[in-house]
Design a protein around this ligand. Structure first.
Ligand code: AMP
Length: 283
């Protein structure tokens, strides 16, 4: 497995392997878990070569967020990538990646204004900017991302469509603990009791999905508000969980659903104690 720190050398490598076959790219912030590994496996099945990036991107964190304490177990991450037979890992250094002259920031103005965008100002601009850089370095045919970050997937897909990146985004299913808790590098911050409580978030989403599916198509448009309110009440009953947003929206546009909406998604974010958690479910 090749390891690159220099963006230029990584790009050169990716361009050369692309001549011989397809390249799949898995961008991560490290502290890899089964969710990340599922993306690497999917890429390996789909593409001839798989490249992974590990980079805790400073410009997507707010000033009061956890950039400095974000876990960085690099040695273990590299051995997991090796075990999964990734072909190359890119670990840029902050300074080499964002030079002193760095002055371009990408903004998306529709899909990213609500939800996480509302509660994390500047977050999606930071994500889009780093993803554009990483896509230019890795020149992939496919990029593999998790449904866990549903809004992020839509925003990045829009980036790729609007700015004509010749890349296909593959949104892969959320990998969960046995309890239903969506795996996340930030789950390390949770105490055992908090972990148990956090599992109730997925249970509430599953109940909402079940109720939705029991309704006839005819009534769906009218009942989504009731479903959302029921979901909010279930979440309010979870110890120490303080929701930021709980919404049911059109899964393509993230706007309010109506009678014609075919696919809806329930989106949740909130703090369990000091840890911010997000989750979602397609209804
Ligand atoms: P992160 O390291 O948190 O920035 O995540 C890197 C990629 O892994 C993103 O595309 C995430 O959506 C994806 N990811 C994170 N957690 C999971 C999970 N539990 N299941 C599937 N994909 C995930």
């Amino acid at each position: 497995m090749k390891i690159f720190k220099n963006p230029g050398s990584f790009q050169k490598y990716c361009l050369s392997v692309k001549k011989k076959g397809t390249v799949g790219f898995v961008p991560t912030m490290g502290c890899l878990h089964e969710g990340h590994l599922s993306l690497i496996r999917k890429s390996k099945k789909t593409c001839n070569k798989t490249v992974v990036s590990i980079f805790v991107n400073p410009i997507q964190f707010g000033p009061k967020e956890d950039f400095h304490r974000y876990p960085r177990p690099l040695k273990n991450d590299l051995s997991l990538c090796r075990r999964e037979k990734a072909d190359a890992v890119f670990i840029p250094e902050n300074k080499g990646f964002y030079g002193d002259d760095f002055s371009i920031h990408i903004q998306e103005t529709r899909l990213s204004s609500g939800f996480c965008g509302e509660f994390r100002p500047g977050h999606f601009s930071g994500v889009l900017t780093v993803v554009a850089k990483l896509l230019n370095c890795s020149q992939p045919d496919y990029v593999f991302m998790g449904q866990k970050d549903y809004q992020q997937c839509l925003v990045i897909r829009r980036l790729m469509q609007n700015l004509n990146f010749p890349v296909t985004l593959m949104m892969c299913p959320t990998v969960r603990e046995k309890s239903g808790l969506a795996m996340s590098s930030r789950n390390q911050y949770l105490s055992p009791t908090e972990k148990k409580d956090a599992a109730l978030i997925h249970q509430a989403l599953r109940k909402t999905q079940h109720s939705y599916r029991q309704q006839t198509a005819k009534f769906r448009g009218k009942k989504w508000k009731q479903l959302r309110n029921d979901l909010r009440s279930m979440l309010r009953r979870i110890n120490n969980f303080v929701p930021q947003y709980v919404e049911i929206v059109n899964a393509e546009t993230l706007e309010k659903p109506d009678n014609k909406t075919e696919k809806t998604v329930a989106l949740i974010a909130g703090f369990l104690g000091k840890t911010r958690l997000i989750d979602n479910i397609i209804l």
